[in-house]
Write a protein that binds this ligand. Structure first.
Ligand code: ADE
Length: 418
């Protein structure tokens, strides 16, 4: 088996951590049990580009149980858990190409290694696999029936490809399922981002001023959890409706130029580039701690920070100090890469349970129906979304009411008023 991982010796730790995560993934386990019986993915070659975590290991096992032949690479150079990569290779015979801290060249070589296996279904988190396939490996496109995409940033890229007629096969937008973005993006990013910042710095949030850039689902999760830890939270946002929501959720809202001189912590989650510029860095307080939890490492203008800095050094793992000409120290966490996966372990398993149940069911859906789809980005079918919510509630021991026949009839009618 061809693979490229840090060290196979790490497999034992990976097995234990993967088992631990899997205990909190009851919905995915239900899907896996069915896949084992029905083998809906028999012989389907899946090329996956995802964060290589304990939760991803459970997803890979599920697809394999369904009969899929999988190859996995990382969707970010800094998010791989090397013990999980080793566990997948050694314990589950799943080829992995991923090493934490790999450089950009190796990162793309790993994507090519996955593509070398001629996937007929792609699974992506950020659309780097799809972009590489559509730009450098176009010979493989004719063999692909469809793909799935995990994250907001990836969906934006893919929609732009579809609008320009560049997308050559259908994609299911896993991110857009309610059971994905309402939970993973908000509660998952909320908790894991704060976890990453605390693991990296060991600093107290209570009483600090914490600036959250972007009030999409991810930003609101971080703002909510930072407030829960006692921080005074400031939100910056470009969309008026989201900004208004932040105001009515009780946060201070202002432009980043006004927030820069008063923040102690900064975290970007916008999906866009140069949200924090060199002018903002120059106006920050001495000791400001700056991180990103958006998909790509483009939200902080690190190039200009590096250029302007009079010195830089690593203070502790994931904390780099830059001294500016004004004498102030700025601390950048995790190279400006998503801090929740760089310094912590990503979203907790219980929330990835729903995201990855969506992924598994989306792959099955594509395998069954992909051939009949147009070259567009499709939502997850609402029945799948609902089923996942129901299974999750059941796994939590929570039952809910159902409509009576009379109520059902009433909401479908228009005749009856007051
Ligand atoms: N994205 C965010 N958290 C993740 C996790 N734990 N596993 C895989 N992808 C993730």
């Amino acid at each position: 088996m061809n693979y490229h991982i840090k060290d196979a010796v790490l497999a034992d730790t990976g097995v234990l951590r993967t088992e631990w995560a899997n205990q909190s993934m009851p919905v995915l386990n239900r899907v896996r049990e069915r896949f084992e019986r029905e083998k809906p993915l028999a012989g389907v070659r899946v090329g996956a580009c995802l964060h290589v975590t304990t939760e991803t290991a459970s997803l890979m096992r599920t697809l394999k149980s369904g009969g899929a032949e999988i190859n996995l690479c990382a969707s970010n150079p800094l998010s791989t858990q090397d013990d999980v990569a080793a566990c997948l290779v050694k314990e589950y015979d799943i080829p992995v190409f991923a090493i934490k801290g790999e450089d950009t060249t190796t990162y793309y070589q790993h994507i090519h290694s996955v593509l070398d296996n001629h996937p007929i279904i792609t699974m992506d988190d950020g659309a780097d696999l799809v972009a590489t396939l559509h730009s450098q490996r176009t010979d493989l496109l004719k063999g692909v029936i469809g793909g799935t995409e995990e994250t907001t940033t990836g969906i934006i890229r893919l929609r732009s490809m579809a609008e320009k007629g560049a997308l050559k096969y259908p994609i299911i937008a896993v991110n857009d399922a309610n059971t994905k973005h309402l939970f993973d993006n908000r509660y998952g990013t909320g908790q894991s981002t704060i976890d990453g910042i605390i693991r990296a710095t060991n600093r107290l949030l209570a009483g600090s001023t914490f600036v959250v850039c972007g009030y999409g689902m991810c930003g609101r999760g971080v703002a909510m959890r930072a407030r829960g830890m006692g921080a005074n939270v400031i939100v910056t946002e470009v969309k008026p409706i989201l900004a208004l929501e932040a105001v009515m959720d009780g946060f201070r809202v202002m432009p980043i130029a006004e927030a820069a001189p008063i923040g102690d912590f900064f975290c970007t989650l916008t999906g866009d580039l140069r949200v924090i510029t060199i002018e903002h860095f120059l106006s920050m307080k001495d000791g400001a701690i700056v991180s990103n939890s958006g998909h790509f490492n483009v939200e902080l203008d690190l190039e200009n920070l590096q250029d302007k800095a009079t010195s830089r050094r690593m203070i502790r793992e994931f904390v780099e100090e830059f001294i500016l000409p004004n004498g102030r120290r700025i601390y950048v966490l995790g190279e400006g890469r998503l801090i929740n996966l760089a310094a912590a372990e990503g979203h907790p398993s219980s929330v990835m349970d729903m995201s990855f149940a969506n992924q598994a069911l989306a792959v099955e859906y594509i395998a069954k129906k992909g051939q009949s789809f147009d070259k567009k980005v499709y939502p997850i079918p609402p029945e799948i979304d609902e089923e996942i919510a129901q299974l999750k509630l059941a796994s939590m021991g929570i039952s809910i009411d159902t409509l009576t026949e009379e109520q059902e009839k009433y909401i479908r009618s228009w005749e009856m008023g007051t």
